[in-house]
Design a protein around this ligand. Structure first.
Ligand SMILES: *Cc1c(COP(=O)(O)O)cnc(C)c1O
Length: 222
């Protein structure tokens, strides 16, 4: 069930801090998304290509769709025509495919590079060497149809707040170090540092996040 009250509380809490809210709607119905849309929300995040494509066709055109999951290169073509921001670019191979599909669709696609910051092996993301490979490729590719507008990361699911804060700090340092390489996200004044979910967004904002991806707090448990 959509928690409209939690939505407005969260909006109020972030309104003074220049933080963008992406409402994560994976596994939630078109109806639920529409309810939040009616309250003014325009940025929604999805993790699965087929689910996203089906929902996108049924919902208003002015929704800004964020792809926040692990994206397989062979599926980029399905979202390339409309995606607003691909968060979580976690390989050079994927970056190259996004470039190819962006050219085909005659548009520029905005992306975040996802950095692996958690202890867990299972979370996707670039290590620092791969991050540099991506920057090198971007700098040497002509006719680029990709706009790198910042970084994204997921901290460990851990009770240890120090651990989580340190992982977030690490991402913040990388963001600061590479700041000059980022372009601005359409309609905003600064590049994006996307970190923080339902369980850790206050901590993420303390560590400098300017985009939080919140699901269960708004839509209920999945
Ligand atoms: C599911 C998901 C979220 C939202 O998680 P909640 O804990 O429900 O807020 C945020 N980011 C990513 C990458 C996700 O996959």
């Amino acid at each position: 069930m959509v928690n409209i009250e939690a939505y407005h509380q969260l909006k109020a809490a972030i309104s003074t801090q220049n933080v963008h809210l992406v409402a994560v709607s994976k596994f939630k119905t078109v109806n639920d998304i529409q309810l939040l849309y009616n309250e003014g929300q325009r940025d929604f995040g999805e993790n699965y290509v087929q689910e996203l494509v089906e929902k996108q066709a049924l919902l208003p055109n002015d929704i800004r769709w964020h792809f926040i999951g692990h994206l397989q290169s062979n599926k980029v073509k399905y979202i390339a025509p409309f995606i607003y921001l691909i968060q979580g670019v976690d390989s050079l191979k994927l970056l190259k495919e996004i470039q190819k599909q962006a050219v085909k669709n005659n548009r520029t696609i905005q992306v975040l590079l996802q950095v692996h910051i958690a202890m867990e092996e299972t979370k996707f993301g670039l290590n620092e060497e791969e991050l540099h490979e991506c920057f090198n490729w971007l700098a040497s590719t002509p006719d680029l149809h990709i706009k790198v507008v910042g970084l994204m990361g997921m901290a460990s699911f851990s009770e240890d707040q120090n651990q989580v804060a340190n992982e977030m700090k690490h991402l913040r340092v990388l963001y600061d170090n590479h700041y000059a390489k980022f372009e601005k996200l359409d309609g905003t004044a600064t590049p994006v540092l996307s970190m923080g979910m339902s369980g850790d967004y206050p901590l993420a904002m303390e560590q400098g996040s300017n985009m939080i991806r919140v699901g269960s707090l708004l839509f209920g448990a999945r």
